[in-house]
Each structure stands twice: as C-alpha cells, then as structure tokens.
Design a protein around this ligand. Structure first.
Ligand code: ZN
Ligand code: MN
Length: 489
C-alpha cells in the first residue's frame, strides 16, 4: 500500500464583536449570565417580525474577507437555511449560500523553515443559534446567544498534519486579533472549529469524516491527531471508513461516532425575502482596509529589515511589538547611523528584555497602549539604547531601568534625564555662574586660600544640576574660573 497522506479542511464559526445582535438591537453580550436577558421578538423568532441588518457585522465580515485576499462579491444576499431544532426558533437560520461575501482566498503560514498557502473556500455571514442546556430529564433554552452575528469560514482540505492545523488556527486567531473583530477567549465559545479529515494517496482525498464543535486550538489538534490515527488503524486492518459526523470527547482525547452522513443534507435554501441584497462600493471601511495582516507583515519585515523567519514570527505575535520594533528602529538607526547595529540592539533588548517584562505586567493587548503612553515609547526606547551605545549606560543599566520603570510605573524619559550627564560646557558654565553669584562668601574664602571652599562650590553645582554635571568637566571649569579670578585680584 502506498503512503496515505492526511487531508484536513476546517470550518470555523466565529462570533463577531458588535455592540448589538445581527438583526435586532438586543445587546450582543456573550458573557451575560442571566438567561434570556438580551432578547426581543425578533431574535426569539415571533411570527411577523422583520430583521434589520447590522452594518458593523457586514463591515467586519468584509474586512476579514479582504484580509484573506478573497474574491469579494460586491453584490451578495442572505438566504434561509431550513432545519428544525429547539435552539432555532424561526425553524430557519438566516445565512448566505450561493453568494457569500467572499470566495477563493488564502492565508499564508510563515514559520521557521515552513511556508504554506492554505486556500480559503468561502467566508459568509449568518446568525448564531440559542443555547440548549440539558438537565437530567428536561432541557432549558437560553436565547441570549440567538442572533449574535456569526462568520463562517471554510478552508480547502490543504492541511496535512495536526501540527499544520495548529499553525493555521494560531495564525487565524492572530489575524482576528489584528483586525480586532472578535473577542476570543478560550473556553468562552467565541470560536468553534469543525475539522474534516480524510486519508488519501498523493493528492487524492479519502472518505471524509467531520469532527464537530471543538472550542479550543489545543482540542482541535488533539481531535485531528486522534482521528488520523483511528483512520490509519481502520484502513490498515482492511476495513472501510464511513462518511460520518463524529464528536470529540476532550477528557478522553477521542472522537466518537454521532451520525452517519450518506448524502448532503437538504436545507431548502432560498433567498431571504425580508432583507434586500447587499451592494458594496470600494472601501467599505477605510480604517479596516488599511490594516496590514500578520503574514504580509512577516514578508515585509524579511524584505525590509533582512530578518530571519524566527525573528519575524516573534515580532508579529503582537501588533504592539511589531509597531514598537519599527518605530524604535527608525529612530535609533538615525541616531547611530548603522543599520545592522541598530537592528541588533533593538532585537536584543526588545525581544529578550522589554517584551518579557511587559508580559509580566500587562494582561491584555488593550493595556499595551498605556505602556506606550505612560512608561516607554519607541522614541524613549531608542534613546535608552543610544545612551548604551555611547557608553553612558551599561547593559545592566539598560535592563535595570526597564525593570524599574515597569514595576514602579515610571516614565523612562524622566529616569534618563536624571541619569544623563551634562557635558555641554555652556550649560555647566551657566550653572557655575549661578552658584558663584549665590555664594560670594565661599568664593572669597577660596581666593583667600581656603581649599575646602572648592568642594563646597562643586557640591552646590551638583545639587543645582541634580547630580547630572559631568564631574570631570565641572571641576575643570570651576578651577579655571577661580584661577582667573585669583589672577585678576
Ligand atoms: Zn433581539
Ligand atoms: Mn454555519
């Protein structure tokens, strides 16, 4: 038997971070714990009510389709997908069928020594269903989730191992974070994965098995891994794989048969008569259209900065980190006029020190903004490294300042100003003249031969400058001045 290669495709359902639901003005709050709080006649499917489309949800869907480089259907419409289930009060789900928002795109995966373009078949908008809560001998329904905007993303079966599935899911979640269109918190159900897995020779697909309803990337990887080995074992025993839907038992780490799927289900799709078709002009949203997605950023960083795969993977993990890298690099390379040295310094202290510290003190991406406005800006970071490059601060000093500022919530610039020695002669002279004018008695004493007065005057100058005068220059200038005064006397 020839070698069988796993072919895995994913279907992802994603809750969008809009203020209100898809077709009514009820709050979209996935964290609401009081059942049936955010509901109205529209989202519980009363007869005769009419849906109104949420514009923000359309913009979010459009921006994801664009980020996945899809062919955008500038005219599309909604369809009714009919099926009966207790969590679906209308007996149909408003979804998209023949013309989704986007078709035929791809997501590029870039890792160390690994590159792959995974084709995306379609992205469409639909509404979420209610939630069934099964008790021992009865079930309850919570409609808070009914009508929350949902994006469905379907990939081609281009992934060939559990590891590739994991990389894809991570890259996809990173993309969502960049676009800021969805709140993904593990275990909260903001994202649901389905994987279809088959084994086939070469490019051929085998009999496809679908694994439903997986909530985390880790569970997705485990489920796919288990399913591949189950199919390998079944085939090696000379048995057949049945086309079926399987569930995943996370505690046992196994998939289990749910129902067989001989034919495609017939949902009797037809165009939703209560919603007009959608027409998109170009630039539906300027702000979202201009976002550089992580894989493009990786490509550009490799080209522009001559970085390694490993470095770009780290730098693009967070929008903050990549922005910080670019801004501080641009400042530092102007200060020291050395491309490679600037890159080396920034990468070293950004990845190994600053980013590590930030992760200890910052909980989420949102509060990273405060770090920049309150503790350290890319400009300040470049300034700090410039002082290190000039030999004014040691490597240990750099690390200490960063750690101190982050733990004590102090601005780096303030610490630097205190630390930076004044070596500008004009400024030292100004300070000296002020001290001399304020202390005529000490000057007189010195001229009369009292040597201790010199130390007193230097002490005053240091105090006046908050210790920032370069001591060597300060002493030299004061001595010259006093010697002059002596010869004049
Ligand atoms: Zn509602
Ligand atoms: Mn769906």
């Amino acid at each position: 038997m020839k070698e069988l290669i796993p072919k895995i495709g994913l279907e992802i359902h994603l809750e969008l971070k809009t203020k209100t639901k898809m077709f009514c003005s009820c709050l979209n709050n996935p964290e609401e714990i009081i059942p049936n709080k955010n509901i109205c006649p529209i989202c519980v499917g009363h007869p005769g009510v009419l849906p109104t489309l949420n514009k923000k949800a359309v913009i979010f869907a459009y921006s994801l389709a664009k980020a996945l480089k899809m062919k955008l259907n500038n005219k599309c419409y909604f369809s009714r997908k009919h099926y009966f289930y207790p969590d679906l009060p209308k007996n149909y789900q408003i979804s998209q069928y023949e013309l989704p928002i986007g078709e035929n795109g791809f997501l590029e995966l870039i890792r160390e020594n690994f590159r792959k373009k995974v084709r995306i078949r379609r992205v469409h908008l639909e509404e979420d269903t209610a939630k069934n809560i099964h008790m021992v001998d009865y079930s309850l329904i919570d409609f808070n989730r009914a009508g929350i905007p949902l994006l469905e993303i379907v990939t081609e079966p281009d992934l060939n191992s559990p590891e590739e599935v994991e990389i894809f899911a991570e890259e996809f979640v990173l993309l969502l974070r960049y676009l800021n269109i969805s709140e993904i918190k593990a275990e909260k159900g903001g994202i649901r994965f389905e994987a279809n897995v088959s084994l086939g020779e070469g490019n051929q697909l085998g009999t496809k098995v679908e694994i439903k309803n997986i909530g985390t990337i880790q569970a997705l990887k485990t489920a796919v891994k288990y399913e591949i080995s189950r199919q390998e074992k079944t085939l090696s025993e000379g048995k057949n794989i049945f086309q079926e839907t399987r569930g995943f038992d996370e505690s046992k780490g196994i998939t289990f048969a749910q129902r067989s799927k001989e034919e495609a289900e017939d949902y009797r799709y037809f165009p939703e008569p209560d919603l007009p078709p959608l027409f998109f002009g170009e630039n539906l949203s300027e702000e979202l259209a201009n976002i550089e997605i992580p894989s493009d950023k990786k490509d550009r960083f490799i080209r522009e900065y001559n970085l390694t795969d490993k470095e770009v993977v780290i730098l693009t993990k967070s929008k903050f980190l990549s922005h910080f890298f670019e801004e501080s690099f641009s400042e530092l390379s102007q200060m020291i006029n050395d491309f490679d040295m600037s890159k080396k310094l920034i990468l070293n202290y950004l990845i190994n020190d600053l980013w590590g510290l930030i992760q200890q003190y910052v909980e989420n991406e949102e509060s990273l903004k405060d770090i920049e406005s309150e503790i350290i800006s890319p400009h300040e970071f470049a300034h700090l490294l410039f002082m290190f490059h000039q030999g004014k601060i040691s490597s240990r000093g750099v690390k200490e300042i960063l750690a101190f500022c982050l733990t004590e919530k102090k601005r780096v610039e303030n610490i630097l100003q205190e630390k930076e020695k004044i070596s500008d002669l004009e400024i030292i002279e100004k300070i000296m003249n002020k001290v001399l004018a304020e202390n005529p008695k000490a000057v007189e004493d010195y001229l009369k031969g009292k040597k201790e007065s010199f130390e007193f005057l230097i002490g005053k100058m240091m105090k006046e400058s908050k210790g920032r005068i370069d001591p060597y220059l300060g002493k030299k200038l004061l001595l010259d001045k006093l010697t002059n005064l002596k010869s004049e006397a």
